[in-house]
Design a protein around this ligand. Structure first.
Ligand code: GAL
Length: 652
């Protein structure tokens, strides 16, 4: 197992390296990540490549038995390059050039940037291809992060028009699909098509979806350029990765595509960041791990695990003693099998003075050092179970086209895609089941239950796959606005919502209502849920059951006749439809009923105590994480506030 730190030796006096490495290894580290922001150090002037600093670092590392992950340095290019070729700088939506300074301000579609990236990466990998200490190459750093998924420069504009031309071939075809007859936007040629920059009112929804697809294509295409190059040069035992970040559903970047080309996926786990007064909810953090594991359907690395409080200008919540360590354990439960902590030592100069690491500016081995040490010393004993494969009976399905379609038309001011995904994920997480979070383009036939949050875009092909799944005995939960649009982001004509899934859901949705901030409608249970009450926010579909049974109904003056939650037996399976942003308790009861009926293993645990079960050759292992600030008892064990345990359970 690799355990280590993100080390930036170039930030410090070179004479500190020995002591640093001694302390790292004493802590339990066996790997460092270096290089990802150090282009200038490798090419001070154009064409004069010099890797001597890193030669020295690697020699030292080897002396301490440390392996190396090396980052290609393209996330931060040298100032001389920006001065010589300002065209590499990306532009914001107002067309303003992003200044040198900050990072990730290059345009993926800049030919010049591609040439310079190719040159530095070629030199770097050639130089180290035989270096046995380097076990992996990290490509760039966090593609698309911090707004770098978007660029509105001329190169992108031109690229977008060519992208559309390749897709639609004929401008009349594009006009037809976009419905440009509306507001007289008909184009005579591809070179008339704008980028969706600020204008009065709003742009065409299909244009905006195509723009998101183009942005995603641009990142993936640039990334692939580097991946292919590194692959053609690197040593046989060196692997290739890239570090993805949280907040992925908010970006125009489908990471599944890049993941196909990587040897393994890496993730940067920051459960809290600048300005947040509290961390993400435990279930939300868990969902991000399940998503990252789902990118390649395999365990993954974390190459930046938060240890200290973070923030560029505004700092966020300070993780409580043992809390960040517990997040590291939680990651291991969900499929992380090698982990590097961000970062060895907080830097006293530069933009990240307040992004703290394991060691603070006092340079002492403080609380965080001791926590990482105790974590590393413990998890190495559990390597086999940590590396074992996770088997899930439940999957949450998402589709980036659908997400981007929501992103451009959120329909309710309180709508947030991630929240809606977490809404369906959460009740099953609370039952401590194993859940995969995967793209809907992947095969989902092996699961017992699939959760399909707010999938407003359902085409013929997808509906047939969903139908087969239910026919064969699967259980599906859809949530509101399902199936209203085709893959071009247009609303279906002449079909009753939820269109292609209407029959399997056994319902009609004639009307819906967007609910704004603080607007909540009461819902009441029926049949086996009689006497239950709950509520619904964000949106409500006014459901008319056809063959479906009503589980919950609205309880307000005009819509008492309409259902909010329904269940329909279809083929050998069943389809639930949750017509709005329903509260957790209501969904939890339904989830419990489903896991029991489908024979899915689940664990009853006190609130806030996550008990994640892994199976290793017929033996059960429990990863127990206390997300609360109080001691909790579980099966006779005391789990301290923010405490973690990996314990052997039953033999099955
Ligand atoms: C990550 C990034 C690191 C560092 C860190 C600070 O997103 O990859 O380079 O900036 O955030 O929290």
């Amino acid at each position: 197992m690799y355990l280590g730190v993100d080390y930036y030796p170039e930030h410090w006096d070179i004479n500190m390296m020995d002591e640093d490495m001694q302390r790292m290894t004493a802590m339990g580290a066996n790997i460092i990540r270096i290089g990802e922001f150090a282009w200038h150090l490798m090419e001070k002037e154009e064409g004069s490549y010099d890797f001597s600093f890193f030669d020295h670092v690697i020699e030292k590392a080897k002396g301490y038995g440390l392996k190396v992950m090396f980052g290609t340095p393209t996330a931060t290019f040298p100032a001389w390059l920006a001065k010589k070729h300002p065209s590499i700088l990306s532009k914001d939506e107002y067309g303003h050039t992003r200044a040198f300074g900050g990072r990730r301000q290059y345009c993926y579609n800049s030919k010049v940037y591609r040439e310079y990236s190719t040159k530095i990466v070629r030199q770097l990998v050639n130089h180290y291809k035989d270096e046995e200490a380097i076990v992996a190459w990290q490509i760039d750093n966090e593609f698309g992060h911090e707004g770098s998924d978007q660029c509105y420069c001329d190169q992108c504009h031109h690229g977008f028009q060519r992208f559309l031309e390749a897709k639609y071939q004929d401008i009349d075809q594009l006009n037809e699909v976009y419905g440009t007859i509306f507001w007289g936007q008909t184009y005579n040629g591809f070179d008339e098509i704008p980028m969706p920059q600020p204008t009065i009112t709003t742009h065409n929804p299909t244009l905006r979806l195509d723009w998101a697809r183009f942005r995603s294509f641009s990142i993936n295409d640039y990334g692939k350029l580097q991946i292919d190059l590194v692959r053609s040069l690197k040593g046989t035992d060196q692997e290739i990765t890239h570090n993805f970040y949280g907040g992925f559903f908010e970006k125009a970047y489908d990471q599944n595509i890049m993941s196909e080309h990587l040897d393994f996926v890496s993730y940067d786990n920051y459960p809290v960041w600048g300005g947040l007064k509290e961390p993400l909810k435990p279930g939300h953090i868990a969902m991000t791990h399940d998503y990252v594991r789902g990118l390649k359907n395999r365990n993954y690395w974390i190459v930046e695990e938060l240890m200290g409080a973070q923030g560029h200008n505004v700092i966020g919540y300070l993780p409580r003693p043992n809390q960040a360590k517990m997040w590291a354990y939680q990651a291991m439960a969900h499929g992380c099998e090698n982990m590097l902590f961000f970062r060895w030592r907080g830097m006293t100069r530069g933009a990240e003075q307040f992004c703290l690491g394991i060691i603070d500016q006092d340079n002492e081995d403080g609380r965080k050092y001791q926590e990482v040490k105790s974590f590393m010393k413990d998890v190495v004993n559990h390597g086999t179970v940590i590396k074992s494969e996770i088997q899930s009976d439940i999957a949450v399905l998402y589709d980036y086209d659908n997400i981007w379609s929501w992103y451009n038309q959120q329909q309710s001011s309180t709508f947030n895609f991630t929240d809606e995904l977490v809404r369906l994920y959460m009740p099953f997480y609370t039952l401590n089941t194993c859940i995969d979070v995967i793209s809907i383009r992947k095969d989902f036939s092996k699961y017992k239950v699939i959760l399909v949050p707010v999938m407003q875009m359902i085409d013929e092909d997808l509906s047939l796959r969903l139908e087969t799944f239910v026919q064969n005995g699967g259980t599906i939960i859809f949530s509101f606005r399902s199936g209203i649009k085709d893959r071009n982001n247009n609303i279906y004509f002449g079909q009753v919502f939820p269109c292609k899934i209407r029959q399997m859901a056994g319902i009609r949705v004639k009307e819906g209502e967007s609910l704004q901030l603080d607007q909540m409608v009461e819902i009441v249970g029926e049949g086996r849920y009689d006497g239950n009450k709950g509520n619904c926010m964000v949106w409500r579909d006014l459901i008319i059951p056809e063959t479906a049974k009503v589980l919950y109904r609205y309880n307000d003056q005009f819509y008492k006749e309409n259902a909010c939650i329904t269940e329909n037996q279809y083929g050998r399976g069943s389809v639930y439809y949750v017509g709005g942003g329903v509260n957790e308790e209501v969904l939890e009861e339904i989830a419990k009923e489903i896991v029991q009926a489908r024979g899915i293993p689940w664990i009853d645990s006190p609130k806030g105590l996550e008990v994640y079960k892994r199976d290793l050759n017929g033996v059960e292992w429990l990863f127990i994480n206390n997300h609360t600030d109080r001691e909790v008892m579980y099966e006779g064990m005391e789990i301290e506030a923010y405490g973690s345990k990996i314990v052997r359970g039953q033999t099955m």
